[in-house]
Design a protein around this ligand. Structure first.
Ligand code: PHE
Length: 589
C-alpha cells in the first residue's frame, strides 16, 4: 500500500484536543508520580530538574515529533508503518517489533503497580489508616507506662540524631563512586574471613586501586561518625533540658510514628508478598483497560482520556494547594528546586536522559500508534510541545504534591514504590480526618494516571493484530490483554516467598519485577529511541517528512534535523555504553 492513500475505514481521533489528551494520558503515568519526585530528590533537586528539562527539550521533544511524524505518514501502527512508508518489506519494522515486545513487558509490571493503586484507593475509602493509628497510639502509651525515663531519653536521642543526620549522611555517601563502594564491600567480605585482621588488611591494601577505594570509604565513614557525634551532643543537651511533660509528649509522638511506620510497611509488604492478592487487582485493572481499548479509538480511548486527564489535573492541583498550607512547604520547595551541584553526579545526568524516554512514552511506538490515528498534516510541533509540556508540568506538580506532605509529617523521601505506598499513607494517617479524603484523591489520581498509560501500552500491542492481521478490535484487545495478564503472573508473584520465583533475585541480582522493568526501561526504550531518531533523521523519505512539517518554520525543522541526526543518537549511545559498563562516567569526568 502506498503512503499517500490511508485506509479510509481506519480509526481516527475525533479532535486534535482529543489526540493531545490521549497522548498526554499515555505520557503522564506512574513515571511522573513516583519515579520523578524520587530521582529528583536523590540527585540534588534544582540542577537536576534543569538538566532533565534540557533532556526533555533536546532529546524527548525531537523524538516525540519523529514518532508522531512516522505514525502519521505511515497510517499504521509501528510494525506496519515502516513498510507502508517504503511500500515494501523493510528491516526498520524491527523497531515496531521491539516496541510490541516492550509494550508487553512494560504493561505486565505496570498493571501490578496500577492494581496496588486500586487496592489503596479502596483501602482509603474504608479509612484503613484509622485502626492502624489508634493501635499505634495505644502501644505508644504502653511504652511510656512501662519504660524508664533514662531509656526513653536514649530512645529519643537516637531517633532525633538519626533524623538530623540523614541528609548529611546521604550527601557524604553520594560522593563515593559505585566502584569505590563495590571495592570496599569486597574488601570487607574478605577481611571478615581472615583470622589476623591487621595482616589481612595490610596484604590486601598492597593493591593500589583497592587501597584508594577503601580509604575513600573509610574517610566518609569517619566524617559520618563525626557528624553523628556532633548532632548527638546537641540533641542530648536538648533532650536533657526538656520538662518531664515535654519529654513524654515527644517520646510518645516519636514512638507512635515508629509504630505506624512499622504497621504501614507491614500493610504494604502483605500486599507485595501476596501474589494472589496482587494478581487479582492486576486482573481487574487489565479488564478495565481492555474495556477502554475495545471501545475504540474515539469512543473508547479518546473519551476516557477526555474525562480522566482533566480530573487528574484537578485532583493534583487540589493536593498541591493543600500542601501550600503545610509547615513543610518551604522545606519541600527548597529540597526540590534549589540547586546543589555537590549532589549531582554525571550518572545523574544519564538517569535524567533515560527517564525522559520512559516518562514521555518514547521508544516503543506508543506515540507512533497514536499519531497514526491522525490524518491531519499540520500542527506537529504544537501538538508535540503540548504533550511534552503537560507531562513535565504534571511531573513538577507531583513533586509539589508529595514533598510538602512527607516533610510536614516527619517522613523521609524514600525510594520508588515505598514513597507512594508507605510514606504517603503514613502522612495521611497523621493528618486525621482530611487524611482520608487526601488519601482517596491521591490513590485515585494514581489509578487514573496509570490507566491512561496502560491504555496506550495495550493499544500498541492490540493495534498490531488489528492493522496487520485484520482482527476485530474487541478480539484483539481481549486476547492481548489476557496474554499480558499471563505475563504479569510472575511479576505479581515476584516477591511472594511461596512462589517458584523466589530465588530469581539470588540468581539475577534483581527480582523478576525489577528485571522486567530494567530490561524494558533501561534497554528497549533507549534502543528503540535511538533507531527511531536515526530513521527519522537519515532514512525517512524527505518528501514525506516535508509533507508533515509544511506549517513549521524552516529553521525549526533544521534544528530538529540536527537534534535527531546527531545529538539524540550520540547521547543515547553514551547512556547505553555506561550501562554496558564500557566506562563509568563518574570516574571518567
Ligand atoms: N509514560 C508512562 C509513565 O510515565 C509509561 C509508559 C512508557 C507508557 C512507555 C507507555 C509507553 O508512567
Amino acid at each position: 500500500m502506498s503512503e499517500s492513500t490511508p485506509q479510509t475505514d481506519r480509526a481516527q481521533w475525533k479532535s486534535r484536543l482529543g489526540f493531545v489528551l490521549a497522548a498526554a494520558g499515555s505520557a503522564v503515568g506512574l513515571g511522573n508520580i513516583w519515579k520523578f519526585p524520587y530521582i529528583t530528590g536523590q540527585n540534588g533537586g534544582g540542577l537536576f530538574v534543569l538538566i532533565y528539562l534540557a533532556c526533555i527539550v533536546l532529546i524527548g521533544l525531537p523524538i516525540m515529533m519523529a514518532e508522531i511524524m512516522i505514525g502519521r505518514a505511515g497510517q499504521r501502527q509501528p510494525v506496519g508503518a515502516f513498510e507502508a512508508i517504503h511500500g515494501r518489506k523493510t528491516a526498520w519494522s524491527g523497531i515496531g517489533w521491539m516496541g510490541v515486545v516492550a509494550g508487553f513487558i512494560i504493561l505486565s509490571f505496570y498493571i501490578v503497580v496500577a492494581g496496588w493503586s486500586m487496592d489503596y484507593t479502596l483501602k482509603s475509602i474504608v479509612n484503613f489508616t484509622k485502626p492502624i493509628e489508634s493501635q499505634a497510639a495505644t502501644e505508644a502509651e504502653v511504652y511510656i507506662a512501662t519504660t524508664s525515663i533514662e531509656d526513653m531519653k536514649t530512645f529519643l536521642v537516637d531517633k532525633e540524631t538519626d533524623r538530623q543526620l540523614h541528609p548529611q549522611k546521604g550527601l557524604l555517601e553520594s560522593r563515593l563512586t559505585k566502584s569505590q563502594k563495590e571495592n570496599h564491600k569486597r574488601f570487607m567480605a574478605a577481611i571478615e574471613q581472615a583470622e589476623d585482621l591487621e595482616q589481612a588488611r595490610l596484604r590486601l591494601l598492597k593493591d593500589e586501586e583497592l587501597k584508594s577505594s577503601v580509604e575513600a570509604v573509610e574517610n566518609v565513614e569517619q566524617q559520618v561518625a563525626k557528624a553523628r557525634l556532633e548532632i548527638a551532643g546537641s540533641v542530648q543537651a536538648k533532650v536533657n533540658s526538656l520538662s518531664a511533660t515535654d519529654l513524654l509528649a515527644q517520646v510518645k509522638l516519636s514512638k507512635r510514628r515508629d509504630l505506624v511506620f512499622e504497621k504501614m510497611t507491614g500493610t504494604f509488604v502483605n500486599l507485595l508478598t501476596n501474589g494472589w492478592h496482587s494478581l487479582m487487582w492486576a486482573a481487574l485493572f487489565i479488564m478495565i483497560t481492555i474495556g477502554v481499548v475495545a471501545g475504540g479509538v474515539a469512543a473508547g480511548i479518546e473519551r476516557a482520556c477526555r474525562l480522566l486527564m482533566p480530573t487528574l489535573f484537578v485532583l493534583i492541583c487540589m493536593m498541591v494547594l493543600y500542601g501550600t498550607f503545610q509547615p513543610g512547604f518551604s522545606a519541600a520547595i527548597s529540597f526540590v528546586f534549589s540547586p546543589d551541584p555537590s549532589r549531582l553526579k554525571a550518572s545523574g545526568v544519564l538517569e535524567a536522559l533515560g527517564h525522559a524516554f520512559f516518562t514521555l512514552s518514547l521508544g516503543m511506538g506508543a506515540m507512533m500508534t497514536y499519531g497514526s490515528y491522525q490524518s491531519s498534516k499540520t500542527g506537529l510541533l504544537q501538538e508535540s510541545v503540548m504533550i511534552t509540556l503537560l507531562d513535565t508540568v504534571i511531573a513538577l506538580l507531583a513533586c509539589l504534591m508529595i514533598f510538602p506532605i512527607t516533610f510536614s509529617y516527619g517522613q523521609e523521601p524514600t525510594a520508588g514504590p515505598g514513597l507512594v505506598f508507605m510514606s504517603m499513607p503514613l502522612a495521611f494517617a497523621e493528618i486525621g480526618r482530611a487524611g482520608m479524603l487526601l488519601s482517596m484523591a491521591f490513590f485515585g489520581l494514581l489509578f487514573f494516571a496509570a490507566l491512561t498509560s496502560a491504555i496506550s501500552l495495550l493499544e500498541v500491542v492490540a493495534s498490531y493484530l488489528i492493522d496487520q492481521k485484520n482482527w476485530s478490535r474487541a478480539k484483539a484487545a481481549i486476547t492481548t490483554g489476557l496474554l499480558t495478564l499471563v505475563v504479569a503472573v510472575p511479576t505479581a508473584f515476584s516477591s511472594d516467598s511461596t512462589s517458584v520465583l523466589s530465588n530469581w533475585e539470588g540468581d539475577y541480582g534483581l527480582n523478576f519485577f525489577d528485571t522486567m522493568d530494567h530490561l524494558a526501561s533501561n534497554w528497549m526504550l533507549p534502543l528503540g529511541g535511538l533507531f527511531i531518531a536515526i530513521y527519522a533523521g537519515w532514512v525517512m523519505p524527505r518528501r514525506l517528512q516535508e509533507a508533515e512539517v509544511e506549517d513549521m518554520p524552516a529553521w525549526i525543522f533544521q534544528v530538529w534535523l540536527v537534534l535527531v541526526r546527531f545529538v539524540a543518537p550520540a547521547l543515547v549511545i553514551i547512556v547505553l555504553m555506561q550501562k554496558v559498563g564500557i566506562f563509568d562516567i563518574d570516574e571518567w569526568l
